[in-house]
Each structure stands twice: as structure tokens, then as C-alpha cells.
Design a protein around this ligand. Structure first.
Ligand code: NI
Length: 226
């Protein structure tokens, strides 16, 4: 499931992120690329664990923890500390699939990447190119969102970032290990939860809602790995 989550950050928060990022030290994006990614990756990113990355990453995670749509769609068991990248002057990232397993910095623990996320920090009109092209079951999706918006998609997807030919594209990216690793099961739970929330707001039959909500939790119990 490819999902657009609008306004994860406010315009003010985006501005703060950008000011901090533009003053930071950047390094080659090859540092965290796997073998496959290294052949096609050409961008820059903040070093993992840099103070700016930690500060902004924590602020993004704090937002997401309280974001009902994000939680419902991702069902996160563990979220990788957000990283930050920057494309300009023709930089791009060719076709690849993200690494399946990542070491969580400083913990020795591993995270299975079930869901990939990109949080856009530059508005589309400020740069040319820099589209995130994601192959899904319905063909290639072109994603270029307003600053502050997030896209999440299955980490199994082939994807690339087209060359940025004008301006600079700043974004945060990270991965989620979900309680429900299967994308089809996770999408079904999200649709069901969304419908239950709407029924709750519309004053639907309370007794039927209790059963429907119970079914949601029993499906989650059947599929969740914690
Ligand atoms: Ni990727």
C-alpha cells in the first residue's frame, strides 16, 4: 500500500528543519548504501548520529507517535531513527530495493524494513526533477509532495529518485518494522480501522461497532508479531 500522509510537520516546523539542515555538515550518501544501492546512489546525507540528525529525527518521531493515520497504517513495532538527504546539481538515486535488514545504530539490534517512508522538506515548485518513482502493483507511481507531507510504501518496492536539475531537494527518510509484516494484511487492517473511525463519528449502531472493533483487534492479534 502506497499512502500519502499530509501535514506531518507544520510549515513552521519545516522551516526550522531546513534552517538546521542547510547549516549542517553533509556527507556522501554512499555511507549507508548496500552493494546494490551503491552502484546507483548519488546524493548527500547527514551522517548518522550527527547532533542535527538526532535532534530533528527525534522531533519527527514525536510527531509520528501521536499521528493516528500513521500509526493505523504502519502499525509500527520499531522505527529507524530518521535520516536526511539532499539532492541537487543532477544528483539522483537509481532503481533499487532498500536493504531488508538494518542494524539499529548504537543498539546492536536489527530492524526488518517492512515500510519505507520519505518526508518531503522542500516544496515541489522549488526544484525540478527529484520525483520518487515507486513501482507498485498498478505500475509506477510518481511522488513529489508538499513540504511536511510523508509517503509510505512497502519496502519490497523497486523505487528511484529522478535527477534534480534545478534547486535542491531536502527530505527525511526512514524505515519501519511493522507488527504486521505482510503488506496485504496491513492494508486490510488500515482500511478496516479507517472505516471503524468513520462509523464512530457518524453515530452508527453501537452494538454492531463493538463487534466490528472486536473483529479488528482479533485480526490484529492473529497477525501481529511483537
Ligand atoms: Ni531507497
Amino acid at each position: 500500500m502506497l499512502l500519502h500522509i499530509p501535514q506531518v510537520l507544520t510549515a513552521e516546523e519545516v522551516l526550522h528543519c531546513r534552517e538546521r539542515l542547510l547549516a549542517a555538515e553533509w556527507t556522501s550518501g554512499l555511507v549507508t548504501a548496500g552493494n546494490q544501492g551503491a552502484r546507483v546512489k548519488n546524493n548527500r546525507q547527514l551522517p548518522e548520529g550527527s547532533p542535527v540528525a538526532s535532534e530533528l529525527g527525534d522531533a519527527i518521531l514525536a510527531r509520528l507517535e501521536r499521528h493516528a493515520m500513521f500509526i493505523s497504517a504502519a502499525l509500527p513495532a520499531c522505527v529507524y531513527p530518521p535520516m536526511f538527504n539532499r539532492y541537487e546539481g543532477g544528483e539522483q538515486f537509481g532503481h533499487h530495493v532498500d536493504n531488508a535488514v538494518r542494524l539499529l545504530p548504537g543498539t546492536g539490534k536489527q530492524l526488518r524494513t517492512d515500510v519505507s517512508c520519505t518526508l518531503f522538506l522542500t516544496n515541489p515548485e522549488e526544484y525540478d526533477g527529484g520525483e520518487l518513482l515507486i513501482e507498485d502493483t498498478y505500475g509506477a507511481q510518481r511522488v513529489k509532495l508538499p513540504a511536511g507531507d510523508l509517503v509510505m510504501y512497502p519496502s519490497t518496492s523497486l523505487h528511484r529518485v529522478t535527477p534534480v536539475t534545478r534547486g535542491a531537494r531536502l527530505a527525511s527518510f526512514f524505515w519501519i518494522q511493522s507488527m504486521v509484516r505482510d503488506d496485504v494484511q496491513r492494508a486490510l487492517l488500515f482500511e478496516m480501522d479507517t472505516a471503524i473511525q468513520r462509523l464512530n463519528q457518524s453515530g452508527a449502531d453501537g452494538e454492531a461497532l463493538v463487534h466490528l472493533t472486536g473483529s479488528y483487534h482479533n485480526l490484529l492479534r492473529m497477525w501481529a508479531q511483537t
